[in-house]
Design a protein around this ligand. Structure first.
Ligand code: NAP
Length: 248
């Protein structure tokens, strides 16, 4: 069953990791796509071709999500190409881990700008076509770390907790216009973001996951399909954990 047939979806951070799998899974479910990377590179062009094989339309763009001017121009270009936008997935994100004692101002600022300000930039820009259509689903990638906190990730946890507050507020602000806004909180997912962690840290995470495995991009993408689809029509302002019941 195709759950997103005919819908137009925007996915940021699509060049690799979870964003790439979200784009592919959305295409499988019939969504036309606007995929965004830092720049239009080979990774984005090959993803475009893979998605198009599912018979959907795919447009590619490059922009730095933390830059208001670039994201506004991106949103304008998407509306020009697709006219309507039904789903926005704010997925792009980074880590710059360090103990607070050693964390630089740059490490703090970069994570807040890329993870949190980007969600403000893109939601602000894409609410316009959604308001016009009187419909929309906004999906923001947060993290279990934004709910529970994590030593060595004060910047990342603050950005992801900020996303939850932003999500709940947007749900209240735009609900009367039939625009839903939810957050997805992945736990330990196998991507480049987690490959870099020391082996003992990885084993400690895995030991504590009741489902006894790391999550996959597909696990997260399927949750996004649900939240983007009409199946979740009465769900807004919520945080959907995709963590294998990881203890918080
Ligand atoms: P990833 O593999 O590191 O991929 C992140 C993507 O975001 C990359 O394509 C990257 O572009 C893009 N990006 C980074 N900064 C950008 C910027 N300024 N402008 C535009 N694009 C930018 O990360 P992931 O594991 O897929 O994570 C995706 C989302 O899930 C993030 O928000 C992350 O915080 C969240 N999450 C992940 C996990 C996990 O276990 N992996 C757990 C919880 C939450 P480049 O490829 O050009 O670098």
């Amino acid at each position: 069953m195709k759950l997103l047939e005919g819908k137009n979806a925007v996915v940021t951070g699509a060049a690799r990791g979870i964003g790439r799998v979200i784009a592919l899974t959305f295409a499988k479910h019939g969504a036309n796509l606007a995929i965004l990377g830092r720049s239009v590179d080979d990774r984005l062009l090959s993803l475009k071709a893979e998605c198009e094989a599912f018979g959907v339309k795919v447009f590619v763009y490059g922009a730095d999500v933390s830059n208001m001017q670039q994201t506004t121009a991106f949103a304008d270009a998407v509306v020009k190409d697709m006219t309507e936008v039904d789903i926005l997935v704010n997925n792009a994100g980074i880590t710059r881990d360090n103990l607070l004692m050693r964390m630089s101002e740059e490490q703090w600022d970069e994570v807040i700008m890329v993870n949190l300000k980007s969600v403000f930039n893109l939601t602000k820009a894409f609410q316009r076509p959604m308001l016009k259509k009187k419909a929309g689903s906004i999906i923001n990638l947060t993290s279990v770390v934004g709910v529970a906190g994590n030593a060595g990730q004060t910047n990342y946890a603050a950005s992801k907790a900020g996303i939850i507050g932003f999500t709940k507020s947007v749900a209240k602000e735009l609900g009367s216009r039939n625009i839903r806004c939810n957050a997805v909180a992945p736990g330990f997912i196998e991507t480049d973001m987690t490959h870099g962690l020391p082996e003992d840290v990885k084993q400690e995470w895995l030991k504590n996951i009741p489902l006894k495995r790391a999550g996959t991009g597909e696990d997260v993408a399927n949750a996004c399909v649900f939240l983007g689809s009409d199946m979740s029509g009465y769900i807004s302002g919520d945080v959907l954990m995709v963590s294998g019941a990881m203890p918080l």
